[in-house]
Unconditional design. Structure first.
Length: 644
């Protein structure tokens, strides 16, 4: 392998990532804004923490037609989990519980998926075929997800090149996980079956920052349609990472795009260091063929230990298994990620597969931390026949879990002699990642016999294409020529007000700067002011059309847009009677006169302070009803001795 040492994240360059052969792709799951779920008529997007009943299921592996078991199925079976589904009568039906066949595909969801595939410039399929994709963690009660492909071989522009879109799929969402403790995993079914699209890119990203950039471009492109859900959990990214000599590792369910650069950096570091670990093992003569390990019950030897976790485990009736890894001395302290060691790879496997979730769930003789006494380590090494070049690992649990844990230690250690195992990993808050499950095999999809093929007609595609919005990045290019504020360019390009802005500027000749600020920054300001209201829901496109139309015909001034928006929120919607009445000259003169009288009772340190106070007294009751520039000029003339 090339001699390369990972630098801190902030110091890595494009040349560094090229040196290790960094490659990454995305699988982005985005919920669609539909009224109903994908294969039944239950409402979509209706979440609740309440539930009416619980259903218990167990997942069991079955032989394929070729007489083989799926690796992920076997792994999940070893966990011996009780799967609990919490159901609410308003958001779930017998279809989700696999007691009745699916309904016909949601046509609204299909239209949205076809529209987004066109925005990706995909080749559209002329017939969709529903397939079943195995989901073996229990998050879908059937054990599979119904999915279909609507477009392939698309792309989006990025910098000076294209990012290839392998495919766009339409599928049903899984349950929400409530908890996963020990041998009990609990899900809530309100999200189950909601329509979502899966965008799969090629591994075209060459640095962690590019992965984040492309994720944002894909997010903004689908949001620009106004037909996808937003908010926490509405979009989730699976990030695939590999380096030269490594393998594709999938980081599942990344909910925040800003965390992607650190996560992908950490995974690249992990793979690079695991490859170096493999090479070190080979130099020691430890290969998949020569690998040797065994485990023994050592509970009796540690009955009097003062190490609290083991002391408590023995007192509660648990047993201790000691695994001897022949020739592994000091390798469990091999660095994999930032402040993370190979021992964590093993601990994660024990936690997930043996369900030994209380940490620490193991100790080992390579550790520099205080654990059991040195004399106890020596006694155990002698009892199990471990040599000076060996490492021993101790795990504890009930009879079944401790034995499963010991076997997983051996499996993961042997995998180190091969390189990098194919697995999915979970994103952790510190930017590192941990084991989640074995990566499913390539044969996890098969035809769904409950759903017939569905023809995608030319007429349907033409109807959708005729209403297709322009890509948001084309809007951005136009906005830059208008010199509108930089911070509103992207939000406006993906907002539901983009078409209104286009009409107002191109057909009505309204000021693009003032209008862009009003459409994007004013609602943000009001969100902070009206925290208890759904500001974006009330200031929907129809209400904003009325406000901009009033601005266009002079019913309100620029400053009045914010005033009217606030009135819309206070009244729960737009109505003509909330528009401020224009100010007459007589009213303006009276307000100025009253303000001048009020000033006589106040003290000021200079004339500038007096002028600012006068302007405030005049404008407060008139904001949005008059041209503020004209009023300010009039006030300044009065103060300087001019006539009104």
């Amino acid at each position: 392998m090339t001699d390369f040492t990972f630098k801190p994240f902030s110091e890595m360059t494009e040349a560094d990532y090229a040196a290790i052969g960094f490659r990454s792709g995305l699988e982005i799951h985005q919920q669609l804004l539909t009224a109903k779920k994908l294969f039944c008529r239950c409402p979509a997007g209706r979440y609740s923490e309440k539930y009416d009943a619980e259903i218990l299921r167990h997942m069991r592996p079955t032989l394929s037609e070729l007489g083989e078991y799926d690796g992920t199925a076997l792994m999940e079976f070893k966990t011996k989990k009780d799967i609990i589904y919490q159901i609410h009568r308003e958001t779930v039906c017998t279809y989700e519980m696999d007691d009745t066949p699916p309904f016909e595909l949601n046509e609204e969801a299909l239209d949205i998926a076809l529209e987004i595939a066109m925005l990706y410039d995909c080749n559209m399929v002329d017939e969709i075929h529903i397939a079943r994709k195995q989901y073996l963690d229990g998050s879908i009660p059937t054990g599979f997800q119904r999915t279909t492909i609507v477009g392939v071989d698309g792309h989006i522009p990025y910098r000076d090149r294209k990012i290839n879109i392998v495919q766009l799929g339409l599928e049903e969402d899984a349950c929400r996980e409530v908890s996963d403790i020990g041998h009990r995993r609990t899900y809530r079914t309100d999200r189950l079956g909601m329509p979502l699209i899966e965008t799969v890119t090629a591994p075209d990203m060459r640095t962690p920052q590019e992965v984040s950039d492309v994720a944002n471009r894909l997010r903004w492109l689908v949001r620009s349609t106004g037909r996808v859900r937003t908010g926490i959990g509405a979009a989730r990214q699976d990030v695939n990472v590999s380096v030269t000599g490594g393998t594709r590792v999938e980081i599942k369910g990344v909910s925040r795009i800003p965390s992607i650069p650190m996560l992908t950096y950490s995974e690249a570091m992990r793979q690079w260091n695991l490859l170096r670990l493999r090479d070190d093992l080979h130099r020691r003569g430890i290969t998949p063929e020569t690998f040797s390990a065994r485990y023994d019950n050592v509970t009796r030897l540690l009955r009097k230990t003062r190490y609290q976790p083991i002391h408590n485990a023995i007192n509660s009736g648990m047993i201790l298994q000691c695994v001897t890894l022949v020739g592994f001395r000091d390798l469990l302290h091999w660095k994999t990620q930032t402040d993370t060691w190979f021992s964590r790879e093993i601990s994660d496997r024990i936690r997930v597969i043996a369900c030994l979730t209380t940490l620490p769930n193991m100790i080992h003789s390579d550790s520099t931390a205080d654990t059991i006494a040195a004399s106890e380590w020596q006694a155990i090494k002698k009892a199990v026949g471990a040599g000076d070049d060996d490492t021993i690992v101790i795990v504890w649990g009930d009879q079944r879990d401790a034995e499963t844990g010991a076997k997983e230690v051996i499996i993961r250690a042997r995998e180190a002699t091969i390189g990098i195992p194919s697995e999915t990993r979970q994103a952790l808050r510190d930017g590192t990642n941990g084991f989640e499950r074995i990566l499913p095999g390539p044969d996890r999809m098969y035809p769904d016999t409950d759903m017939p093929p569905k023809k995608i007609t030319t007429e349907r595609l033409d109807r959708i294409r005729n209403l297709l919005p322009e890509p948001y990045y084309e809007r951005e290019s136009w906005y830059r020529t208008l010199d509108i504020p930089t911070d509103v360019i992207t939000p406006l390009s993906i907002s539901s007000y983009a078409e209104l802005f286009k009409t107002a500027v191109k057909q009505w000749n309204l000021d693009p700067v003032a209008l862009s600020v009003a459409l994007i920054q004013y609602p943000k300001r009001l969100c902070r002011e009206f925290r208890h209201l759904d500001v974006t829901g009330i200031l929907k496109e129809s209400a904003m059309n009325e406000i901009v139309d009033a601005f266009r015909d002079g019913s309100i001034r620029r400053e009045g847009i914010l005033v009217v928006m606030r009135s819309v929120l206070e009244n729960g919607g737009f109505s003509p009677n909330i528009l401020p009445q224009p100010c007459t000259d007589a009213e303006l003169n009276r307000i100025i006169e009253n303000a001048m009288i009020a000033l006589e009772t106040m003290a000021f340190k200079d004339g500038d302070q007096k002028l600012r106070k006068l302007k405030g007294l005049v404008m407060d009751p008139l904001r949005g009803r008059v041209d503020s520039r004209m009023v300010m000029e009039k006030v300044e003339r009065l103060v300087s001795g001019g006539r009104s």
